[in-house]
Ligand binder design. Structure first.
Ligand SMILES: Cc1ncc(COP(=O)(O)O)c(C=O)c1O
Length: 365
């Protein structure tokens, strides 16, 4: 780092390692020649049309064409939503809105999604951890011990990368415990794969509940960057003070509106059902490989497994242009790899490469 930059860069950013997104790890990858099963994206690329008639104008900050259908879809009121550039922006806005830099902290429950900690660190906000129990349930006693020490509690359900959903009684206990001291943020990025377990419909009951959603997963729109934060209107009004003046590009709003139409919702449901079918087939096949142990649960669009030769397996897949995600650096996930569900052809290619790989290994002791 040059002397000038070293002098100027914010103190809290000096040691920060950026989030290793799947796309950064394999930067410049070509989705036509490679099979991407590493970022929990959808394998479907659906068709949309865009009308450029108003591209000369700044867009609505919170376009009603997106807010209204999403409110209806999620079962909330229109003043209980803010639309953002992906759920990732929702995470950052919550931290910027509700935590004072250099003073306040958040609580996370690892192994979990990495952006809660990274966003907090970039904002000079502290990060406390209550590691999940061995069965990936919440460690309630440890979580509770952070009362009055954190402003936000991030709970991911279904959790990335364990695929587990948080038990209703546990989450109720957390919401009640922090009722007068912190917002409890339930990240539901994968909720369409476990729709019965949503918390969006509980907002009236818990003033400190916040729910994060996205169009990046089941809706197959990771490329447009569109997410939602659902919460009681006071929380939403505070976030809207902080958000950029024009966060929603007009083409994004148009595409999101189409995805949330009756036809768009039906397509999403059909594709989720297809992926559930793929998940069953993949899990059954994985279980037949030597020393493969499925880890966690399957409530989202990915499967996590452990294998002692995870590095050699990963290298073999990458050499054959199939990308999955190494999760082994996360706490309690030694030797774990995560496979995002692809389409049938992609999953079969992955499985045939895994069959080849295991056939080449000496029998394991
Ligand atoms: C749990 C979780 N939350 C949020 C996100 C980010 O979603 P978005 O693409 O809407 O920013 C992801 C993306 O992988 C995720 O796994």
């Amino acid at each position: 780092m040059s002397e000038l930059i070293n002098k100027l860069v914010a103190e809290n950013l000096k040691g920060l390692k950026p989030y290793e997104s799947a796309r950064r790890i394999f930067a410049g990858g070509d989705s036509d020649s490679e099979i991407w099963l590493n970022a929990n994206e959808s394998p479907f690329a659906n068709d949309y049309s865009v009308d450029s008639a108003h591209f000369n104008r700044y867009p609505d900050c919170q376009p009603p064409s997106v807010i209204l259908p999403y409110a209806e879809y999620a079962g909330v009121e229109k003043d209980q939503i803010v639309v953002t550039r992906g759920a990732d922006e929702g995470i950052e806005l919550l931290i910027r809105t509700f935590c004072t830099p250099g003073k306040d902290s958040i609580l996370i429950c690892p192994p979990t999604y990495g952006m809660y900690a990274i966003s907090a660190e970039t904002c000079n906000v502290g990060v406390n951890k209550a590691i999940l129990n061995d069965d990936f349930s919440l460690d309630i006693a440890t979580i509770k011990s952070f009362k009055d020490k954190v402003n936000l509690v991030f709970i991911c359900s279904p959790n990335n990368p364990t695929g587990t959903s948080v038990d209703k009684a546990q989450l109720t206990e957390v919401l009640e415990h922090f009722a007068d001291s912190a917002l409890v943020v339930v990240d539901e990025a994968y909720i369409e794969f476990d729709a019965a377990n949503t918390w969006a419909t509980e907002l009236a009951q818990y003033p400190n509940l916040v729910v994060l959603r996205t169009l990046s997963k089941a809706f197959a729109l990771a490329g447009i960057r569109c997410g939602f934060t659902l919460a009681n209107s006071e929380v939403i009004q505070s976030i809207v003070k902080v958000i950029a003046p024009y966060p929603m590009p007009e083409p994004v709003a148009q595409i999101a509106a189409q995805a949330l139409s009756e036809k768009g919702l039906a397509l999403m449901a059909e594709q989720v059902a297809y992926l559930h079918g793929q998940k069953e087939a993949l899990k059954q096949q994985l279980a037949t490989f030597p020393e493969v142990t499925l880890v966690g649960d399957d409530k989202a669009n990915f499967v996590l497994f452990r294998h002692p030769l995870k590095q050699a397996l990963m290298d073999y897949l990458v050499a054959n242009s199939v990308l999955i995600r190494d999760q082994s650096k996360q706490i309690n996930l030694e030797n774990c790899l995560r496979i995002t569900l692809g389409n049938q052809q992609q999953n079969e290619k992955l499985l045939s490469l895994m069959t080849e790989f295991f056939a080449q290994q000496e029998p394991l002791a």
